[in-house]
Design a protein around this ligand. Structure first.
Ligand SMILES: [Zn+2]
Length: 451
């Protein structure tokens, strides 16, 4: 290409086209790789999702990636670089569902067929390539676009499975439970980021209840009860412990025929329970309550007492802003609950099936016709507890509650078993290797990546 004198008003668009044509005809990019036979610099491009057209964020990082590869080329290295597509995950699935008119994920398996759904995903991945190709060319990005790898190709997926097996054989992979947001309708876990979607958290009315848990203590012949407030009465059949704040002040209140224990700061919020002028007969710190045991509210998991269940434990998150300052804890149905129980070696009980119905273990509320999910069972549970004289107050609360972005129904939190990578086993080596890496900017070395 000959050097040309520029006019005062150069037609940049024409020059651009001319240069792009020149690159194409003379195969400049290909030759910039092939003609260098020395040391290779490997460049890995994090692939974009092939959904829709690229936005300016993708374009911007693309320029930077291109510059790095060109710079290494100019230094004499051979820098082959290949485009890629991230074909898996929700962006593609969402688009496929919209195009197929699916609103319920179960339709895919039940009526549509996984093969047809996959075909649609393939189609989306393929059809957007042309839109991107023009952008990539116009950006003057030097990359092997037509030879792009796709994460949906069998050889790519097999390489992931191979790597997973290596990790498994080395003992890095284990199976365990974690509590995740769960949609009973879609029968799937959602990620925490799913629950942060714009309209996922919405106002919702729920029933709250204060239940009483009988202790082994009596004061002047009157039975002593711990109180606990919850907005998920359906989790009470799975209660395995009660959590208190070690530094909070608790009061034993004489309510006539019984003594109730609750956080002192909360008494005024429940005048109907404690009276206008609570008759406090004893005061203590939360730490004084630790280890005290109580009778299970229901007997479904009474045998877990032998494993340390049905006693008072400490938890940092317990405050006096909400409820009565004693938190009912069911290990499978809340992240805090899960860790509180795990840290206290209290076993997991998980008596709710995939569709959100109580399992047969919950004999009083098991419904063989499976009409009602656990949230819909709340009124029945509250009624039952009053009949058993185990409820002392109830009401309705309007609060922000997470919903499924897919079907708009309320989510529950539920323990799901899954596979995890035990990163702790590799930590020391990772930290050591990090020292040898040249990070740009250098601050991330001991910042984001060091951490
Ligand atoms: Zn859903």
């Amino acid at each position: 290409m000959k050097h040309q004198e520029l006019s005062a008003k150069p037609a940049l668009n024409l020059i651009q086209e001319e240069i792009l044509d020149f690159w194409k005809e003379e195969q400049i990019f290909e030759r910039s790789v092939e003609e260098r036979t020395g040391e290779e610099v490997v460049f890995y491009d994090g692939p974009p999702f092939p959904t829709g057209k690229p936005h300016h964020g993708t374009v911007l990082v693309s320029f930077i990636k291109d510059m790095i590869a060109r710079y290494q080329t100019m230094k004499g290295y051979r820098v082959p670089r290949v485009w890629g597509w991230d074909c898996h995950g929700l962006p593609i699935e969402n688009q496929a569902e919209t195009l197929l008119g699916i609103s319920d994920k179960n339709e895919i398996e039940k009526s549509l067929g996984i093969d047809k759904f996959n075909d649609k995903c393939f189609e989306i991945v393929s059809s957007n390539n042309e839109a991107w190709k023009e952008y990539v060319e116009q950006m003057a990005r030097w990359v092997d676009y037509d030879g792009a790898y796709k994460t949906m190709h069998a050889d790519f997926m097999e390489s992931v499975m191979w790597a997973f097996k290596q990790c498994y054989d080395k003992g890095y992979i284990y199976r365990d439970y974690r509590v995740t947001p769960y949609c009973m309708h879609c029968e799937t876990s959602l990620s925490i980021s799913d629950t942060r979607e714009s309209d996922s958290t919405r106002l919702r009315q729920d029933r709250w209840i204060i239940a009483r848990f009988q202790t082994e203590e009596t004061i002047e012949g009157k039975p002593v009860y711990f109180l606990a407030w919850t907005t998920t009465p359906w989790t009470l059949p799975s209660n395995l412990c009660l959590a208190v704040g070690e530094n909070l002040d608790y009061a034993y209140v004489d309510v006539g025929d019984s003594i109730y224990v609750a956080c002192k700061n909360t008494l005024a919020n429940f005048e109907k329970v404690f009276g206008k002028h609570p008759a406090i007969v004893r005061e203590c710190k939360g730490s004084d309550l630790l280890g005290k045991s109580y009778t299970p509210l229901f007997d479904y998991f009474a045998d877990k007492k032998a494993n340390g269940a049905f006693r008072v434990v400490s938890a940092e998150y317990v405050g006096s802003e909400e409820g009565v300052g004693i938190v009912h804890t069911a290990p499978a149905f809340g992240e805090d609950d899960y860790w509180t129980c795990k840290n206290n070696h209290i076993p997991l009980v998980n008596p709710v099936d995939e569709k959100g119905h109580f399992t047969e273990e919950i004999t009083d509320f098991y419904d063989p016709s499976q009409q009602k999910n656990v949230i819909e069972m709340n009124p029945a549970i509250i009624r039952f507890l009053y009949e058993q004289k185990k409820a002392v107050a109830d009401g309705t609360i309007e609060h922000n509650y997470p919903h499924c972005w897919r079907c708009k129904r309320p989510l529950i939190y539920k323990a799901m078993d899954a596979w995890y990578f035990d990163i702790g086993k590799l930590k020391d080596r990772l930290v050591r290797c990090n020292e040898e890496i040249h990070w740009v900017p250098e601050t991330v070395k001991h910042g984001r990546f060091g951490n």
